[in-house]
Design a protein. Sequence first.
Length: 267
Amino acid sequence: MFVLRKTLPFFLFLAFFFSSIGAASSSNAPLSWGIPSAKNEQPADPGETFRNLTEKYGALYTGSSKKKQLFLTFDCGYENGNLPKILDTLKEKKAPAIFFVTGQFVKENPDLLKRIIKEGHLIGNHTWRHPNLCMVNAARFEEELQKLADSVKEVTGMPVSKYMRPPEGVFSEQTLVHANQLGYTHVFWSLAYRDWNVNGQQGAAHAFDAVMQRIHPGAILLLHSISHDNAEALGKIIDACREKGYMFESLDAITFEQKNQNTPFVP
């Protein structure tokens, strides 16, 4: 039930009312992001359902397949001793990245968070407690994003970027709606491998091969900063990709192109 307060302009009430109706009517059936691996530098088709949802809500999983651009994204649920080396490599190679952080990471690693910002990278929102966002109500959904954003601002003095990555890649049409209402863009990926298991690391050569076998124009790479293999292989990956003619760019390059074209991004 909505109560119209006299202090709330009528047009703002209408906007809130209809956005709430839209969220309520969208499906909250959980979906788990995962698409076939790219082969021969040709991006894989995510399938009709994922393709339609990403286009409808402006979610990102790849840049343009017509440009040899790559986007480095790191999920940082906690620190495992590898992020300083990753940042050293990015600085040496002059490659931008975005780091999707949780509340635990922010609380335990304020100096690393400040370094990420200082060295020109983006901070993305990976929620405060890393919950399944399909299992929380709208108020908790907003709290998860806002508390993380507030904590980043408190530590760094800078606002968090308006990119969010749902924990474990679990999402729904309703989470896409809620995120958009809060000004956030979902960021998925078109290239990933099983790098998150710290007890199952297979060496830098394995990490290098896993990435290079899946590389393609426009790829958004999902890497976990807790992976020792990633930290060891990153420099070689960057060099090898550049030898193939790829450029590493910020996610802002995609959204900048969207705004200038004034049309939804279509890979």
